[in-house]
Design a protein around this ligand. Structure first.
Ligand code: ZN
Length: 296
């Protein structure tokens, strides 16, 4: 937080004019930032050097340094949309039965109440609540620890309202697209194909390439629809394949993709990475959108 904002925060922020001044002061216009959907996979990726974590390290070397990061994580479902508002979000270890080393991990990035206020002010047609209860769950920190290992960029999480349909989430993404020109990196973190009940590991290696037929077929369909910008099919994902209910038994790991695609601009170049189906019913396939006209 800069000194200007520290001084501002002592003033009456209920005044709408001051609120506007407060938000825009920190988030002046920039060249368009990339947007990313990341298949985060197993929490073990947070402590394992493997092809996925190595790709996240490479991503960090390629990406510009943003002012702040907004992450839509599959692991924060709420009733009503929420944004984290804490100055120092805690690292949440939202998984059970893993090695102690994983529970020792911390990602001490600051929060950005300024970004939260700015988003709420800009998105005033949709109600968004502030949360001081949540922090950074593993959908966020297990990948950010590789992309920005210094943990020096403020991070805000956006929840997934479990009572809304796919169209609503896509529209929310379109409404967030202003952030790209305000120096904010938006990441959707989930998995396009995610069925933990059907996990099947043929050998020792959890990350070995292995998918049920429907998983491999759907992975191809998703890539074609994303590359062809067929948004309507991706919103109506339940009709994409006769066995899509195996791939997406619940929507929370899929929906972050729709936020990212909602932020797509006509001049974006699409890069697919970590393109792999593992453990039968989990895809790590990820999408990077970069504006070709607006190199940062
Ligand atoms: Zn997950």
């Amino acid at each position: 937080m800069n000194i200007y904002l520290k001084i501002k925060s002592n003033r009456d922020m209920s005044d709408p004019l001051l609120k506007q001044e407060h938000g825009s002061a920190a988030f002046t216009e920039t060249a368009p930032m990339p947007v990313i959907f990341i298949g985060h996979g197993s929490p073990m990726n947070a402590i394992e050097e493997n092809e996925f974590s190595n790709a996240w390290i490479s991503l960090g070397e390629r990406l510009p340094k943003p002012r702040a990061i907004l992450c839509i994580s599959a692991h924060w479902e709420t009733k009503g949309a929420q944004l984290t508002a804490n100055d120092h979000p805690k690292t949440i270890h939202d998984f059970y039965g893993f090695p102690q080393k994983l529970y020792m991990q911390r990602y001490p990035a600051p929060g950005s109440p300024e970004l939260t206020d700015f988003i709420i002010q800009q998105m005033n047609t949709r109600q968004i609540e502030k949360s001081n209860e949540w922090g950074l769950d593993h959908g966020t920190w297990s990948v950010l620890k590789y992309i920005y290992p210094q943990a020096d960029i403020p991070v805000v999480q956006f929840s997934i309202d479990r009572y809304k349909n796919a169209e609503w989430h896509y529209e929310m993404g379109t409404m967030l697209s202003f952030l790209r020109k305000r120096g904010v990196l938006v990441i959707g973190s989930g998995n396009m194909i995610h069925n933990l009940r059907m996990i099947h590991i043929p050998g020792e290696d959890f990350n070995a390439e292995h998918g049920y037929d429907w998983a491999n077929e759907l992975n191809t369909i998703f890539k074609q629809k994303i590359e062809g910008n067929d948004i309507q099919s991706l919103i109506a994902y339940k009709t994409l394949h006769k066995e899509v209910h195996y791939a997406i038994p619940t929507a929370e790991h899929y929906l972050p993709l729709l936020y990212v695609l909602g932020m797509r601009s006509g001049s974006d170049r699409v890069t697919i990475f970590n393109d792999k189906v593992i453990a039968g019913s989990l895809s790590m396939t990820s999408v990077l959108l970069e504006d070709e006209n607006g190199k940062v």
